[in-house]
Design a protein around this ligand. Structure first.
Ligand code: NAX
Length: 328
């Protein structure tokens, strides 16, 4: 039998945590034959709630769940971690400036990055879900100089899945016949869902849709503002769909993306497509042998260029702001 994989989840007592942990424990994060040990990291006030979730996990008697430990400090939380899902973050509250938000999250993701650097397993793979996800991942990576930067990623898979669903509804083609869609840039309102290289049942998606006005006025804003629409409808932010996307991201990272398709993930830029080197930006990516690779050679038209540039400019601004705060 295999040695269990240590999976650390921060913000484990939150709503995404609740939607995520049962799926991890049932084998959906890594594979149906991979035992896992959960390490739940919470702030002290939420440890009791995390203990309640752990009781429910016990009550599921998941065959693959080899243990659950709960921690209130990052040093212990990340010790020996092979996979880390960084979900807990400081949300923006009323009257908070962007600088305050970045600083507050620096106070979380800096120490977590350091703990990962000092105590995680050599094969550690990190997915940041907590917002502002791209820049939080950058902060954590900067605090972990001994861990390859490529191990720090941020989640745009929910945006990717949302875009597939919207395109499926528009074209009447099932989601499994939609391929090669891309989210570029920041997980924010400036993100750019790109269908110019996407395929709908084997045909070029932009040609099938044939309507640039729908793209600009409907599709792009619907995908970018979907989070707000969910809050409006549910009275709470996306949780199960966010957890589902985190599962998809890590599963593909570890097990590889299917032949003939790609996905979207925010990974450190190597300068491809004119995206500033070093920022953590969403790209079209494939995964092979546990490493993300940016899909190369795509032609970027003017419509796409201006939108990618705008989102990248926002990420560069965020990077410069955290640099100024001394977080990089
Ligand atoms: P909740 O407020 O329900 O849960 C957050 C949990 O994190 C709380 O239990 C809190 O105690 C814990 N926490 C706070 N600071 C911590 C720390 N330093 N160490 C460990 N735990 C800590 O939020 P939830 O709805 O679960 O959302 C979590 C994060 O995901 C938010 O930042 C949210 O903005 C972000 N999202 C990101 C998405 C993405 O696509 N990248 C989409 C969904 C979601 O909005």
């Amino acid at each position: 039998t295999r040695t269990p994989v240590n999976v650390t989840v921060t913000g484990a007592a939150g709503q995404i945590g609740y939607a995520l942990l049962f799926r991890i424990a049932s084998g959906q994060l890594l594979g149906a034959d991979v035992p896992v040990k959960l390490r739940l990291l919470e702030i002290p006030q939420a440890v009791k709630a995390a203990e309640g979730t752990a009781m429910e996990l016990d009550d599921c008697a998941f065959p693959l769940l080899a243990g659950i430990d709960i921690f209130d400090n990052p040093t212990d939380g990340f010790a020996g971690a092979n996979v880390a899902l960084l979900v807990g973050a400081r949300p923006r509250t009323k009257g908070m400036e962007r600088g305050d938000l970045l600083a507050a999250n620096g106070g979380i993701f800096g120490p977590q990055g350091k703990a990962i650097n000092d105590g995680a397993a050599d094969d550690i793979r990190v997915l940041v879900v907590g917002n502002p996800a791209n820049t939080n991942a950058l902060i954590a990576s900067a605090a972990a100089p001994d861990v390859p930067a490529s191990r720090f990623t941020a989640m745009t898979r929910l945006d990717h899945n949302r875009a597939i669903s919207q395109l499926s509804a528009k074209t009447g083609v099932s989601v499994s016949d939609i391929k090669k869609l891309t989210i570029w840039g920041n997980h924010s309102a400036t993100q750019y869902p790109d269908i110019f290289h996407a395929e709908v049942a084997g045909k070029n998606a932009a040609e099938v849709v044939g309507d640039e006005k729908w793209l600009a006025d409907d599709f792009i804003p619907t995908v970018a503002k979907r989070g707000a629409a969910i809050i409006e409808a549910r009275g709470a932010s996306s949780a199960a769909s966010a957890a589902n996307a985190a599962i998809d991201h890590v599963f593909d990272w570890v097990n590889g993306t299917p032949e003939g398709d790609w996905t979207s993930a925010a990974i450190p830029s190597d300068g491809s497509y004119g995206v500033a080197e070093g920022i953590i930006s969403s790209f079209p990516v494939t995964s092979e042998n546990g490493e993300w690779k940016i899909v190369q050679g795509l032609e970027i038209n003017d419509f796409s260029r201006s939108r990618i540039d705008a989102s990248v400019a926002e990420l560069v601004e965020e990077r410069d702001a955290v640099k100024e705060l001394g977080l990089l």
